[in-house]
Ligand binder design. Structure first.
Ligand code: AMP
Ligand code: MN
Ligand code: MN
Length: 324
């Protein structure tokens, strides 16, 4: 984190009386954890804060401190707009007009971040935006209480899938320990953030798994709107099925295709070391990190799947060469 950016962010924050904080559509634990942590920090600094998620808060994170105050859209024009864990403007899910302006400040860790805000604190080496926020809070002297620590630990635990990703450094583990020292309940954060599943989610997984495809190191599954209805699953995401596919023996790349209303398909990629799926996702208008990326693609499920699998296959061969 660069000192001039930290100072620039401080100067933006100091005079603001009201702050709108926003994260990305289909929010994950880092999106909502970072959103709520920053909301709490700003409230403690005496500001009026509006936490906004275009899609609202997923049920599993409803227990986090401040989750009940999350809005779907701004209710008034704030002095300052802050984006967290969001790589580009489109991912906010609200237009500039709906937001009341362009974000003034952004905290993020996506390698594909487009530097869309006035001041951008983007640290691609960080395991989660929660880590970026903790470092910022430490640099400017904000106090991390139990509530903030719980939100930050949620970001850290979920983005690293329980400290299982390659970007988990000793620093990340020390940060987790510090947050636990501040009172964050690790077992509960882990269980609620990663383990708990609803019965409809399990049924949705079942339908997805029955469509499992496998070809030369590529594993994929598809989830249709009909699957969602039959399972009774609420939400437009994959219920985390992608993290299950990454555990399959020999899988170099895992993909999940989720049919969306309106003729679009959400694609998630996960890869093992050496295959930069963020570049693949970018080629389809999405983004993410080297080992985890996503895109929303226009088209019918079958057509999108065929095209994405073919591109992924060629990309894999170029990245690694032909393999067994
Ligand atoms: P997901 O597959 O949705 O869990 O996303 C994996 C990673 O890629 C996360 O870091 C997301 O923030 C990022 N990502 C997912 N979808 C998009 C998108 N449409 N545009 C940019 N980044 C995305
Ligand atoms: Mn996120
Ligand atoms: Mn993140």
């Amino acid at each position: 984190m660069q000192d001039p950016e930290v100072r620039a962010a401080e100067q933006l924050l100091a005079p603001a009386h009201s702050v709108l904080v926003i994260s990305h559509v289909r929010p994950d634990g880092d999106g909502i954890g970072s959103l709520l942590a920053f909301t709490l920090l700003m409230q403690a600094a005496g500001k009026r804060v509006f936490p906004v998620l275009a899609d609202g808060a997923p049920d599993r994170f409803g227990y986090l401190p401040g989750a009940e105050s999350i809005l779907h859209a701004p209710t008034e024009k704030p002095d300052l707009i802050v984006a967290v864990d969001c790589s580009d403007l489109g991912r906010l899910g609200l237009s500039e007009e709906q937001l009341g302006g362009r974000p003034d400040l952004s905290f993020d860790h996506h390698a594909t971040n487009t530097y869309f805000a006035g001041v951008n604190i983007v640290v691609p080496a960080a395991a989660a935006t929660a880590e970026v926020l903790y470092d910022f809070a430490s640099a400017v002297g904000f106090r991390i209480d139990t509530a903030v620590a719980t939100c930050l630990l949620t970001g850290l635990v979920t983005d690293t899938v329980g400290f299982r990703t390659e970007n988990v450094t000793p620093k990340v583990l020390r940060l987790a320990a510090t947050l636990v020292e501040r009172g964050a309940p690790l077992a509960e954060v882990y269980d609620r953030g990663l383990n708990r599943r609803s019965i409809p989610a399990a049924r949705f997984w079942g339908r997805g798994l029955s469509s499992l495809g496998w070809d030369d190191g590529i594993a994929w599954a598809s989830l249709t709107e009909a699957d969602r209805r039959a399972a009774g699953y609420v939400g437009s995401d994959d219920a985390d099925l992608i993290n299950l596919l990454t555990t399959l023996d020999g899988a170099l790349v895992a993909l999940v295709f989720v049919e969306q209303p309106g003729g679009r398909v959400k694609v998630s990629w996960r890869s093992t070391a050496g295959v930069d799926v963020a570049r693949l996702a970018q080629a389809f208008g999405g983004g993410g990190h080297e080992p985890a990326a996503g895109a929303v693609i226009d088209g019918a499920l079958d057509q999108v799947r065929t095209q994405v699998l073919s591109t992924t296959r060629s990309f894999l061969h170029t990245s690694l060469g032909p393999h067994a």
